[in-house]
Ligand binder design. Structure first.
Ligand SMILES: O=C[C@H](O)COP(=O)(O)O
Length: 215
């Protein structure tokens, strides 16, 4: 199982979370990556943890003020990027161009989507993985793998029907090992989570609990 922790814009210490994630990943053998704010990519990558961008812009080098250039994210140490998160939705043409930008930077890619129909559309764009997240469960602590197991099962089937090489993650409300185990039982290849770690009093303990079923 792949565990991707999106720090969003939460007021946590990204280096402390990244250090904890690196230690837990090393100790357990579970793949754990951290997606910090763009300005903290380099500091997070310096901890040795696998580092992802939260987004890259659909642009090349040029006159694009305020963009997140994929090549710059790669120079800062990122090796992958989320795209089309429900808090940063993209128009179809922009999503396609962001995937092109990610490919130029040799990034692994995960395209987020709300439901199985969108997952099928996202899988058709040829990302490495897709992530199904019902927006209404994000940040609630109510895990999608328990609250809406059918959406995970259906997302796994929808992605496989388009391209069975595309991995499927699920996210929204995931925080415990039990949540992760349920996601795995439903066919997910990984989990995408945020508040369960970024807002935890002890992020290392939260990560240890999360990965315990697959460690
Ligand atoms: O990117 C992460 C997801 O939006 C899930 O967030 P959450 O774990 O706080 O529900």
């Amino acid at each position: 199982m792949f565990v991707l922790v999106n720090l969003k814009a939460y007021p946590c210490d990204p280096v402390a979370v990244a250090t904890a994630a690196h230690e837990v990943s090393d100790a357990t053998g579970v793949r754990i990556a951290i997606a910090p704010q763009a300005a903290r990519l380099s500091a997070v990558a310096d901890t040795g943890v696998e580092t992802w961008a939260q987004h890259v812009s659909p642009v090349e080098h040029g006159s694009h003020t305020g963009s997140t250039l994929a090549e710059a994210a790669a120079d800062a140490g990122a090796v992958g990027t989320l795209l089309n998160h429900s808090e940063n939705r993209l128009k179809l043409a922009d999503l396609d161009a962001s995937l092109d930008a990610a490919e130029r930077a040799d990034f692994e890619t995960i395209v987020c989507a709300n439901n199985p129909d969108q997952i099928a559309a996202a899988a058709a764009l040829d990302p490495d993985a897709v992530a199904v997240e019902p927006p209404e469960l994000i940040g609630t602590g109510t895990p999608v793998s328990k609250a809406d197991p059918d959406i995970v099962r259906d997302a796994v089937d929808a992605a496989a029907a388009v391209d069975d090489s595309v991995d499927v993650l699920c996210g929204a409300g995931i925080s415990t090992g039990e949540d992760l185990a349920s996601a795995q039982d439903l066919g997910a290849d990984g989990v995408l989570l945020a508040s369960g770690v970024a807002k935890a009093d002890d992020p290392k303990a939260a990560l240890e609990d999360l990965v315990e079923p697959v460690a």
